[in-house]
Design a protein around this ligand. Sequence first.
Ligand code: PLP
Length: 437
Amino acid sequence: MAIDSKNPETIVLHHGYRAEGTTSAVAVPVYQTTSYQFGDSQHAANLFALKELGNIYSRIMNPTCDVLEQRVAKLDGGVAALAVSSGQAATALAVQNIAHAGDNIVSSTDLYGGTWNLFSNTLPNFGIEVRFVDPSDPENFRRASDERTRAYYAETLPNPKLTVFPIGEVAAIGNELGIPLIVDNTAAPLLCRPFDHGAHIIVYSTTKYIGGHGTSIGGLIVDGGTFDWEANAARFPMLNQPDPSYHGAVWTEAVKPLGPIAYIIKARVTLQRDYGAAMSPFNAFQFLQGLETLPLRMREHCRNAQAVANYLNDHPDITSVIYPSLHADAEQRRRADAYLNGGYGGLVGFELAGGAEAGQRFIDALELFYHVANIGDARSLAIHPATTTHSQLSPSEQLASGVTPGYVRLSIGLEHIDDILADLDRGLSAAAQAKAA
Ligand code: PLP
């Protein structure tokens, strides 16, 4: 019996799977198989012709991944999802599914460093231009668009700038011009449902909060099913003209009987088929375990992070604290309140009065916090982005994405708040000694 609920706490435990028919296993099984026996030759032909949906080969679909895809699509109010091998793969495929050489996308400057690299180097090498714009004025997206613009791209809660993106404002411009908005919601799962504000596609690095325990790399693309690809046929030939790689299928027509899922089906049966960036079933199992406690964990991440932000805000050696609820700028505060619900996230940034040297001493003195290039783990993490995650960017690119030399980023975990604050105190004392010396 399928359990139908609108509540995230129930969806993460029950949606898309009930005790499996042959074994009665309660936990979602790890279907560690490459391939699936066809019923007969007609069944095989129907699957390949997309006349029926079903399992063919684990590079393009897998029953364990399928439960994860269904659960996250349901949580976000989307129609379908595709599990991939990493967050980076999710972003690359989400864009390449609708843009090819000669096309462009318009992206917010406020991005994770890996995405910045993909957009400023790798996609241009494939002939896809990425036009970076400052999201503080949403109209910048309109100004940068032309008839070859295939998507807008942004992060809900950009890592590490933590200035919430104006999803509704930019989606409205996209709706006027016929351009879909792709949102990376990695840092704010459950806190923000980008489709509710008009976004059309969501990408996740499931490596972070969805997995939640720092064990597995993975990603997801979620289709909101709300963008009218057919009405914008001239802009999206890849979805509206015969695809020679799939015996001339026109995706918006071929998939129509299955629902508004042309975008995600095309991503699955062409890009995933060709690039093979598949999520392993074992990783999908790990993400399902993480997902089961995501609502609980996000509440606690937010509660601890808010306490850390308040503590740092009162500290004399800190020149600025970056946390969505503490933004001095009124418009930034408004966006945080409009788009985040139930908490302001688990990431906290701050700048030490002593600059880069104090920042490094701070990190080296920490004992509880792990010094790692990750976010969204159950454990507290710290990093100095200018010398690590964002080190491949030029100084001006670093500044554009919010990384100053003395900036330290914390990903606040689920430890007791007293222990988190005691460790921060240890780091701040070491940083103060650097200043005194
Ligand atoms: N998006 C954001 C916001 C991230 O922070 C990261 C990684 O840190 C990624 C995407 C890339 O994810 P992955 O490491 O799973 O490829």
